[in-house]
Design a protein around this ligand. Structure first.
Ligand SMILES: Cc1ncc(C[n+]2csc(CCOP(=O)(O)OP(=O)(O)O)c2C)c(N)n1
Ligand code: SF4
Length: 301
């Protein structure tokens, strides 16, 4: 298996497992990512979700916006909960028929949930783990997470975060799992293709989805697609897959291996209120970060 096949929009399954009407904000990339992921996963799927915007999207008992079995678990337990579901399915002899998927935000993944995720990945437990990364704790009013990028404003980093983003896909690579992918909700077909691809593997599979959040990142709700695409086109968020330790750059990012083809990172930063205080020095630091990231990717290819 090589890189994920890109599917045409008219080839997507018509069945909607995410129903019309949900409680996410206008322009929420997480909800777009979820719709595509559920189309790829299909109805023989059990999902586990910790406290997050995604629980809000699901709605309150006795109404829900998804036509699937979902467990709402505690904040730190996504991977532990998925491991338990896998164990139960094995006992019931259903493990080959049902896909188990944990979906968590960046806070639930890179901070409070990383211990359970690391343990499950070390044991290569048979589930897909997807982190939708809106780069902050959005559900509780935009606090800083380990995935918040350098100098972004959040309510707990009022002068901007001083550290760069934690590189979770590379942490997962250190666990020797069979499939790792990065994707972005602003490329819905890429999201679909990578979830579809992940289903073909056994063991722990990890998908990292950049999910722009209009209220948290402070941009107009109709700019979600444009902002996510700028993240890819500036080279700040490369799309790739790692299959059995070998990296494949995705089509959407291939062009940007050439630094001259990358769009200006300033364009990406200036379009978001959370970066409005940035100086030229901060922007130069961003450019160095992007260059170093691509130097690393070049070595991996
Ligand atoms: C142990 C624990 N601490 C704090 C909370 C409160 N809480 C609920 S959702 C949330 C933020 C989740 O952030 P993230 O995982 O990034 O998902 P997002 O809200 O961005 O979708 C927090 C702090 C909680 N439910 N449990
Ligand atoms: S706060 Fe952000 S991630 Fe949460 S529902 Fe709204 S747009 Fe989506």
């Amino acid at each position: 298996m090589q890189d994920a096949q890109i599917t045409r929009a008219d080839e997507l399954p018509e069945d909607e497992l995410m129903l019309a009407g949900n409680r996410s904000c206008a322009g929420c990339a997480m909800s777009l990512m979820y719709r595509m992921a559920l189309k790829a996963l299909g109805k023989n799927t059990i999902i586990t979700v910790p406290a997050s915007c995604l629980t809000v999207l699901h709605g309150l008992y006795h109404k829900t916006s998804v036509a699937l079995n979902v467990i709402h678990t505690t904040f730190e337990t996504t991977a532990a909960s998925a491991s338990g579901i896998v164990a139960a399915l094995e006992v019931l002899g259903l493990a080959d028929k049902i896909t188990v998927v944990g979906f968590a935000g960046d806070g639930g993944t890179s901070d409070i949930g990383i211990q359970g995720l690391s343990g499950a990945a070390e044991r290569n437990t048979n589930f897909i783990y997807a982190c939708y990364d809106n780069e902050m704790y959005s559900n509780t009013g935009t606090q800083r997470s380990g995935q918040t990028p350098y100098m972004a404003y959040t309510t707990t980093t009022p002068h901007g975060k001083v550290e760069h983003k934690k590189n979770i896909p590379m942490i997962m690579l250190a666990h020797n799992i069979p499939y790792i992918a990065t994707t972005c909700a602003s490329y819905p077909l890429d999201v679909y293709a990578k979830f579809k691809k992940a289903k073909q593997f056994k063991g722990t599979r990890y998908i990292h989805v950049l999910a722009p959040c209009p209220p948290g990142w402070t941009f107009p709700a109709d700019q979600t697609i444009a902002i996510g695409r700028l993240a890819v086109k500036t080279g700040i968020y490369p799309l790739y897959e790692i299959i059995d330790g070998k990296m494949f750059l995705s089509k959407e990012s291939e062009t940007f291996i050439d630094p001259k083809k990358r769009l200006s990172v300033e364009d990406y930063l200036k379009k978001q209120g959370r970066f409005k205080h940035l100086t030229q020095q901060h922007i130069a630091t961003y450019q160095e970060y992007i260059n170093a990231q691509w130097d690393f990717i070049n070595k991996m290819l």
